[in-house]
Design a protein around this ligand. Structure first.
Ligand code: PLP
Length: 444
C-alpha cells in the first residue's frame, strides 16, 4: 500500500478506522464513546446492520438518478414517511445533501413564495443572535454569530438579528418565564414594525439552540407568541431543526413540544444518522400551492438532491428508530442523563447551568456562579475540555470562548439514541473528570 501523505486539511487529527454502536475506534486501537454523535449526527450509533443492508441493496439496484429526469421509489417512500410522521401543516419534502443546503433552500423558498403572490417587496429576513444555521453564504448571513460572519460580511445578505430566548443568561429575577418569553418574542414584533410589516419574508430560529449556545430550549410559550406574531404580519416561520430535530429531543420534531407548526423547516444530521449526507426542507401546502399556481416550480436545485443512496440510508435509519422504539429510549435516557448531570454538576463551582431536552443536553461553564461571569475566551477552555475528554475516551462537543462571542463556554452532549444507563453513567463520570482536569490546567 502506498504511504499516506496527509494532504487534507484535517491531517493533524487522529485517524478513525471503525465504529460499532456508540463507540468509535482510532488507528491506535483506542475506543471513544461518541457522546456527541459527532456533531449530533450519529443518532443510531455506528455500523447498524439494517442500514448497511439497505445501502447494499440500493447500490445493487441504482446508485444515482438525476432529479431533472427521475424520482426514485426510495426517495418517495422517505418523503411519504416524513410527512406521515409530521403534524398537520407539514405536507411536502424537498431533499438536499445537508443542513446548510436545507437552510439555503428554505430561504429561497420563503422569498419565492412571496414573489409568486405578487409581494416582491418583501425582502427582509429576521434571525436571532447566538444561533448557527450553517456555513454557506445565505446560512452564514442568518446565523447569529458575529465572529463567524465578520470576515465574510461584504458577501452576505443583510439579516436582522434579535435576542435569542436564553433564559439562563437573559431572564431577570423579577420576570416569570412567561413574562421573559413574551418580552423576547415581542422583540420580533418590534423588528417587523421597524422594517415595515410588508417588508419581511421570514423569521428563522433553531427550536432548541444547538452548537452556538449549547442545547438551549425555549421557555414555555415563547414559540406560541412567535407564531402569533408571524401570523399577524404574514411573516413565514422557518424553524431550523438540523441539529435538534429528527427525534433528538424525544419527539420527531422539537417544535411538537411547543404546540406550533412552522411554515418551513430544515432537518439534516439525524435524518441519515451519518450513514450518508442528507438534509431536507419540510413545508406546508400553502407554500407548495404558491409555486404550483405561480411559475409552476421551485426555482432551485442541486445535482445530488434526492440521492437514492442517501434516501436509502435515511429510510433505514428512520425504520430502526421506529422498530427499536428509540424515541422512548431518548425520553428515558434523556431524563437519566439530566439527573446524572445534575448530581455531578449542580454544586460544581464552575457549572452555571445544566439544560436541554431528550438526548440533547449541555452544561454551561462559568468562572463565577454567582454572577455567571464567563471565563476569558483567550483561555480557550472549551478546547482544553475537548482534549481532556478525548484523552479519557470521550467525544463531547464543547464550544464557546471567542466562537461564542464570549457569552460563555459550554459542553454539548448528543449521544446516540441507543445509549444505555451504564453508558450514561460513564459519559457523565468521564465528562466530570475531563472538566476538572481542564479547570485545574487552566489554574481555576
Ligand atoms: N443548522 C444548524 C442548527 C446546525 O447545527 C448546522 C450544523 O451544525 C447547520 C444548520 C448546518 O448543517 P451542515 O453542517 O450539514 O451544513
Amino acid at each position: 500500500m502506498s504511504k499516506i501523505l496527509h494532504r487534507s486539511i484535517y491531517a493533524k487529527l487522529p485517524i478513525a478506522v471503525g465504529g460499532r454502536g456508540i463507540e468509535l475506534f482510532d488507528a491506535d486501537g483506542k475506543a471513544y464513546i461518541d457522546a456527541s454523535g459527532g456533531a449530533a449526527v450519529s443518532c443510531i450509533g455506528h455500523g447498524h446492520p439494517d442500514v448497511l443492508a439497505a445501502l447494499h441493496a440500493q447500490l445493487d439496484k441504482l446508485a444515482y438518478a438525476h432529479t431533472g429526469f427521475f424520482t426514485t421509489e426510495v426517495a418517495e417512500r422517505l418523503a411519504d414517511r416524513l410527512v406521515a410522521d409530521s403534524p398537520d401543516g407539514i405536507d411536502y419534502v424537498y431533499f438536499v445533501s445537508g443542513g446548510s443546503e436545507a437552510i439555503e433552500a428554505a430561504l429561497k423558498m420563503a422569498r419565492q413564495y412571496f414573489v409568486e403572490r405578487g409581494e416582491s417587496r418583501r425582502r427582509h429576513v429576521i434571525a436571532r443572535r447566538q444561533s448557527y444555521h450553517g456555513n454557506t453564504l445565505g446560512a452564514l448571513a442568518v446565523g447569529g454569530n458575529e465572529w463567524r460572519r465578520a470576515k465574510f460580511k461584504p458577501l452576505l445578505i443583510e439579516t436582522h438579528h434579535i435576542a435569542p430566548c436564553y433564559a439562563y443568561r437573559d431572564r431577570s429575577d423579577a420576570e416569570s418565564e412567561l413574562e421573559y418569553g413574551d418580552r423576547v418574542a415581542y422583540e420580533l414584533e418590534a423588528k417587523i414594525l421597524e422594517l415595515g410589516p410588508h417588508g419581511v419574508i421570514a423569521f428563522v430560529a433553531e427550536t432548541v439552540v444547538g452548537a452556538t449556545a449549547g442545547a438551549v430550549p425555549p421557555v414555555k410559550g415563547y414559540f406560541r407568541k412567535v407564531r402569533e406574531i408571524c401570523d399577524r404580519y404574514g411573516v413565514l416561520l422557518i424553524l431550523d431543526e438540523v441539529m435538534c430535530g429528527m427525534g433528538r429531543t424525544g419527539t420527531l420534531h422539537a417544535f411538537e413540544q411547543e404546540g406550533i407548526v412552522p411554515d418551513i423547516m430544515s432537518v439534516a444530521k439525524g435524518l441519515g444518522g451519518g450513514y450518508q449526507p442528507i438534509g431536507a426542507v419540510l413545508f406546508g401546502r400553502h407554500i407548495y400551492n404558491a409555486f404550483s399556481s405561480g411559475s409552476g416550480f421551485f426555482q432551485h436545485g442541486h445535482t445530488y438532491m434526492g440521492h437514492p443512496m442517501a434516501a436509502a440510508a435515511a429510510l433505514a435509519v428512520q425504520n430502526v428508530i421506529r422498530e427499536e422504539r428509540l424515541l422512548d429510549n431518548v425520553m428515558r435516557m434523556g431524563e437519566l442523563l439530566n439527573r446524572r448531570l445534575r448530581e455531578r454538576f449542580d454544586s460544581h463551582n464552575h457549572v452555571g447551568d445544566v439544560r436541554g431536552r431528550g438526548l440533547f443536553r449541555a452544561i454551561e461553564i462559568v468562572a463565577e456562579r454567582s454572577n455567571k461571569a464567563p471565563f476569558d475566551p483567550a483561555q480557550k477552555l472549551n478546547a482544553v475540555v475537548k482534549r481532556e475528554a478525548l484523552a479519557r475516551g470521550l467525544m463531547v462537543y464543547p464550544m464557546g470562548g471567542t466562537i461564542d462571542g464570549a457569552r460563555g463556554d459550554h459542553v454539548l452532549l448528543a449521544p446516540p439514541f441507543t445509549v444505555n444507563a451504564g453508558q450514561v453513567d460513564t459519559i457523565v463520570e468521564r465528562l466530570g473528570d475531563a472538566l476538572d482536569a481542564a479547570l485545574s490546567k487552566s489554574g481555576s
